[in-house]
Design a protein around this ligand. Structure first.
Ligand SMILES: [Zn+2]
Length: 84
């Protein structure tokens, strides 16, 4: 059975290996990488929340674009369900 090669699984394997070896430098590197990923995810979340709350520049354009896409998606879903 082959291992999953996604970034999360690779990082998890590296973390377990570093823990087993008590490799403090690698653990610190992994922690810093995880923290950086967390910071970026948190920032993305805050921006998207601000867009949803309508308090981010271009919120109206972004939300209108998203609404147009959502309507097209929904119409396609309805069409596909009708075809059954
Ligand atoms: Zn994976």
């Amino acid at each position: 059975m082959s291992e999953c090669n996604c970034n999360t699984c690779k990082m998890s394997r590296n973390w377990r290996k570093a823990k087993e070896l008590k490799d403090i430098q690698s653990l610190d590197d992994i922690f810093n990488e995880l923290f950086s990923m967390y910071e970026h995810a948190q920032l993305d979340h805050e921006v998207l929340q601000a867009v949803m709350d309508g308090v981010w520049p271009n919120s109206v354009q972004r939300l209108e674009h998203a609404l147009t896409k959502a309507k097209l998606y929904e119409a396609k879903e309805v069409d596909e369900n009708d075809a059954d």
